[in-house]
Design a protein around this ligand. Sequence first.
Ligand code: AMP
Ligand code: MG
Length: 397
Amino acid sequence: MLDFEVALAQLLAQARVATRTELLPLTAARGRVLAHDVIAPINVPGFDNSSMDGYALHIPVAAPATTHFQITQRIAAGAVGHALAAGEAARIFTGAPIPAGANAVVMQEHCTLAGEALQLAAPVPLGANIRRIGEDVHHGQVVLRAGQRLSPAMLGLAASLGIAQLTVFAPLRVALLSSGDELVEPGQPLPAGKIYNANRYTLLAQLQALGCELVDLGVIPDQFDATVAALAAAAEQCDILLTSGGVSVGEEDHIKAAVQYLGELNLWKIAIKPGKPFAYGRIGNADFIGLPGNPVSALVTYLMLVRPFMLARQGASELAPPRMTLPADFELKRAGDRREFFRARRNPAGQVSLFAHQGSAVLTSLVWAEGLVDIPAGTTVQRGDPVAFIPLSALEG
Ligand code: AMP
Ligand code: MG
C-alpha cells in the first residue's frame, strides 16, 4: 500500500499548471486564482484623513497642552478644507481629509462646545486619530501574489486601489462520470436492488465551489465497451476526467481496464481509510482520476487528494487544507496500518468527538461532521491527547 503523503506528492508532481488566463471584472473573480502579482498603483489611504467624527486641531507645537480652540470650518467626507492656523479647529467627519496645519483630531465625545469655542476635556496627543497617507498600502507595493485564490477581502482591496479587473487562470474543464448499474438519479422511482446516485451531487457541488467548468456526463453502465466509449468521448471535452466507483477489484469494475485500454493508468491502494482504491492516469491530453464508489470514501479522497491536485492544476499556491490541533474527546486503541480520517465535531469544551458510525458508506457522518480528524496508522489516542483536525468548512470552496 502507498503512503498517503507519497500518493499526494506523486499526484501533485503530475499537476500541469494551467496556462490559459482571462481578464475578469471583480464581480466575477471570487474564488479564481490570480495569474499575476498585483502592484498598488496608488497609496491607501490616498491622503491623511480623520479616523473619527470630531474636530481637527492645530495644536501649537510650543504649547501642546492647549485645550481651547476656535472652530473655523467644517469638512465632510469627500470635501477638502483649507489650512488651519494655530489654535484653530475644524469640525471633521470620519474619512475627511485632514486640513493643512492640523496635527491631531479629537473625538467629539471628548470635548464641549460653546458657539464656535471648543473646549477639550484633556490635552490631545499630537497625531491622534489621524490615518496617514499610505499607512495601509503604499504606491508600488505588491499587495496580491500570483497563485492566491481571490477572497472577498482581496477583491475589496483591489477595488480600493482602483483596479476594476484582474487576470486569473481560465477555469479547469472537469468531466464527471459515475459508474455503476445500480445507480438511479434522484427524482426517479427506485427499482429493487438499485440505489440513488449520491456521488454525482457531492462531487458536482465541490467542483462548482472550486470554480470549475463542469461537463456533467451522468452514469456509465458496468460494461467494458460502454465504459471505453464514455471515457473516450469525455476525455475529448475536458482537462480532467473524474469518475466515481468501478476502480476496486471486483470483475464489475470496468473503469480500470477501460483507462488502461485508452491511455495509461496507475492504480493505487493508498493506505488511508476511508478510500483505499484510487486511480490516476491519462487519456489523451486529459488527466484521469478515479475515486472509490462508497460516498464517504469518494468525498474524503476528493478532499484530501483531488482538491489539492485541482488547485495546483489551477495555478494556486496554497494546496494543503488548513488544520488545527485540538484535544481528543475519545480513545482509540489501534494497530491499523492505514492513516484514518475520522468524521468529527468540536464539543462545547473545544475537544473533538467522533461520529459513532465511521463506515465508508455512511454519508450522514459527513453531514454531522465539522471536520476530519487525521490519525496516523498504528496510533493510540488517549482522551485529552492533541489530534489534528481539518475543518470541512475550509474545503467547501
Ligand atoms: P464500486 O467502487 O463501484 O465497487 O462501489 C463501491 C460501493 O459504492 C458500492 O456499494 C456502490 O453501490 C457504491 N456507489 C458507487 N457509486 C455510487 C454513487 N455514485 N452514489 C452512491 N453510491 C455509490
Ligand atoms: Mg461499481
